[in-house]
Write a protein that binds this ligand. Structure first.
Ligand SMILES: Nc1nc2c(ncn2[C@@H]2O[C@H](COP(=O)(O)OP(=O)(O)OP(=O)(O)O)[C@@H](O)[C@H]2O)c(=O)[nH]1
Length: 496
C-alpha cells in the first residue's frame, strides 16, 4: 500500500482520539497535531497542512456535538473530506474511448520513469480491451528506443521507432499515421526526457505536440521530489497543455504525499500512480477511494472491480450473491484468497478491503502476506465440507483444529490465528448483508443501486440519527452523487 506510513500515522491518531473517554478541545488538538506531523513528514507543504487543520476545527465544533453522537466518526469524516480536498484538483482529465482513436503524448524529465510508465499505461488499457500502440519519439537518449521496444515486446504491444531517423517530429507523425491505419484506438507517443538545455526540451515537446495534435498530454513525475513537484508541474504546463499527471515510484518514497498534493495545487488531475517496476504495479488514482484506503476504510467499489476482473464470469453471480447475503464462510474466504493471489500486487488489493489498514500491507511485506495466505489455504485444504460451508463459529472446536493442524503439518496455534482472521473478516463482510451488487460493467450502478435501506444497515445508528434518519440520508446521498464514495467515507463496512 502506498503512503503506508502516512496512512498508519493518521489512522493511529484517529484511533487514539477515539479511545479518549471525552473528546474535548485538547484531545482533538492532539489528534490534529499528530496528523499535521505525519503530513509534514510526507513533505506536504506547510500552508496546505495549516489550512487543513483550520478547516477541521471550523467544521468540528465540539460544543455542537451533543453528547452521545459518534464524535469519532464525525471527526474521521471531517479529516477524510479535508484530505480529499487537498488531493483533488477539482478538474477531471480526458479519458480515451474504446474504438475511437486517441493520441496520448507523454512528457517528463529523464529518470521520472516515463518510458516504463508509457508501457504500463498501454498494458493497463490493453487488459481493459483497448488496442494500444507505442511510438518512441525520444531520439535524444541513446537506448530509449531499445528500452521501449523491450518493454513493448514483453507486454505484446505494437511499437514504432527508428534507429536512423533523428527528427522526433518525423518519427512521431509517421508512427501515429501508421497506427491510425492499423485502427489502434490508443496511440501513445513517448518523447525525450532530457536535453542539454530545458528550452530545447520544451521546444521539441511543443513541435511534437503541434504535429501530432494529441487528445491528452500526460506529465510523468517522480514522487521522490515531493512538494517540488509544484514548480516542475507548473513549468511543464506553461510549455505544453498538460491534461493529466502520473506520479511514479510511490512505492519507494515517503514524500509521495507532498508530490500528490503539490500536483493537485497546479489543478492538474493525477490519473495513475506507479507503485513498482513491474507492468501491473500501476494503479488508477481516484481521490476518495485512495484516501479511504489510506485511512484503512477500504475501497469497496475498487474491490468489486477487481473481483469482476479476476473472478471467472460464471462464478461471479454465485459469489456476489453469497457476499450480499452476508454469509461469509471459510469456503468463500478460500475462494477469495485464490482470487486475490490472481489479482496482482497483494498490497494493492488488500488495501481495498475494508478493515485492512494501510500499514498491514506495507510494500515489501507482500511476500510474507502471500506466504501467509498460502499457509491458510493449506490448512483449509484439511477441512471437511461441513467445516468449510458452515457459518456457525461454534463448530470449529479444539479437536477439529487439532485434526486440521496435523493434517496440514501446521501448529494448532496457526489454525487458531487463521480462525481469528476469518472471524474478523466475516464480521466486516456481514455488514455488507443485503447490498445490491450490480453485474459486471455496471460498477457505477453500485452507487445507484445501493439505496438508503442498504446504507442504513452499514451506518452506525447514531450516525444515521445525526444525518436526520432515512430522509436525511437520501438527501445526503443525492448531494454526494455517488454512494460508493460514502461507503469509503463511513468505513465501507469496516470493523471499526
Ligand atoms: N520502484 C519503482 N521504480 C520505477 C517506477 N516507475 C519506473 N521505475 C524505474 O525507474 C527507472 C527509470 O525509468 P524509465 O522508464 O527508464 O524512465 P526514464 O528514466 O524517465 O527514461 P525516459 O523516459 O526514457 O526519459 C527504471 O529503472 C524503472 O524501472 C515505479 O513506480 N516504482
Amino acid at each position: 500500500m502506498v503512503l503506508a506510513q502516512l496512512g498508519g500515522s493518521i489512522s493511529r491518531a484517529i484511533q487514539q482520539m477515539s479511545n479518549a473517554t471525552i473528546i474535548d478541545e485538547k484531545v482533538l488538538n492532539e489528534c490534529l497535531n499528530e496528523i499535521t506531523r505525519a503530513l509534514l513528514q510526507s513533505d506536504v507543504q506547510f500552508k496546505l497542512v495549516r489550512d487543513m487543520q483550520t478547516n477541521i476545527k471550523k467544521i468540528v465544533n465540539l460544543d455542537d456535538l451533543a453528547a452521545g453522537h459518534n464524535k469519532r466518526k464525525i471527526i474521521q469524516q471531517a479529516i477524510f473530506n479535508e484530505l480529499c480536498k487537498m488531493l483533488d484538483p477539482g478538474k477531471p482529465a480526458f479519458t480515451p474511448k474504446k474504438g475511437k482513436t486517441s493520441v496520448v503524448m507523454f512528457v517528463g524529465l529523464q529518470g521520472s520513469g516515463k518510458t516504463t510508465t508509457c508501457t504500463k499505461y498501454a498494458y493497463y488499457h490493453q487488459k481493459k480491451g483497448w488496442k494500444p500502440a507505442l511510438v518512441c519519439a525520444d531520439t535524444f537518449r541513446a537506448g530509449a528506443f531499445d528500452q521501449l521496444k523491450q518493454n513493448a515486446t514483453k507486454a505484446k504491444i505494437p511499437f514504432y521507432g527508428s534507429y536512423m531517423e533523428s527528427d522526433p517530429v518525423k518519427i512521431a507523425v509517421e508512427g501515429v499515421e501508421r497506427f491510425k491505419k492499423e485502427n489502434c484506438d490508443l496511440i501513445i507517443v513517448d518523447t525525450s526526457g532530457r536535453h542539454k538545455q530545458e528550452a530545447a526540451l520544451f521546444e521539441e515537446m511543443r513541435q511534437v505536440s503541434e504535429a501530432t495534435k494529441p487528445d491528452l498530454v500526460i506529465f510523468v513525475m517522480d514522487s521522490s521530489i515531493g512538494q517540488a513537484a509544484f514548480d516542475q508541474a507548473q513549468a511543464f504546463k506553461q510549455s505544453v497543455a498538460v491534461g493529466a499527471v502520473i506520479v511514479t515510484k510511490m512505492d519507494g518514497h515517503a514524500k509521495g504525499g507532498g508530490a500528490l498534493s503539490a500536483v493537485a495545487a497546479t489543478k492538474s488531475p493525477v490519473i495513475f500512480i506507479g507503485t513498482g517496476e513491474h507492468m501491473d504495479e500501476f494503479e488508477v488514482f481516484d481521490v476518495k477511494p485512495f484516501v479511504s484506503r489510506l485511512l484503512g476504510m477500504g475501497d469497496w467499489s475498487g474491490f468489486m472491480d477487481k473481483i469482476h476482473e479476476v473472478v471467472p464470469m460464471d462464478q461471479q453471480p454465485e459469489l456476489l450473491q453469497k457476499l450480499s447475503e452476508g454469509n461469509f464462510t471459510l469456503r468463500i474466504m478460500y475462494e477469495q484468497f485464490q482470487n486475490i493471489l490472481k489479482m496482482g500486487p497483494i498490497g494493492q488489493v488488500f488495501s481495498m478491503l475494508p478493515g485492512f489498514s494501510a500499514e498491514l500491507m506495507p510494500k515489501g511485506r507482500e511476500k510474507e502476506s502471500q506466504a501467509k495466505i498460502k499457509r491458510y489455504m493449506t490448512m483449509m485444504d484439511s477441512m471437511t465440507n461441513e467445516e468449510l460451508d458452515s457459518s456457525n463459529p461454534k463448530l470449529m472446536n479444539e479437536s477439529r483444529m487439532m485434526r486440521i493442524a496435523r493434517g496440514s503439518g501446521r501448529h494448532i496455534r496457526e489454525v487458531m490465528e487463521m480462525m481469528e482472521e476469518y472471524k474478523r473478516l466475516a464480521k466486516i463482510w456481514s455488514k455488507m448483508k443485503g447490498l445490491k451488487i450490480p453485474k459486471k460493467g455496471e460498477m457505477s450502478a453500485l452507487s445507484r443501486n445501493m439505496n438508503a435501506q442498504h446504507m442504513s444497515k452499514v451506518l452506525p445508528p447514531q450516525m444515521l440519527k445525526q444525518i436526520g434518519g432515512m430522509g436525511g440520508l437520501q438527501n445526503l446521498m443525492k448531494q454526494m452523487g455517488s454512494t460508493k464514495d460514502m461507503m469509503g467515507m463511513f468505513g465501507g463496512g469496516g470493523d471499526k
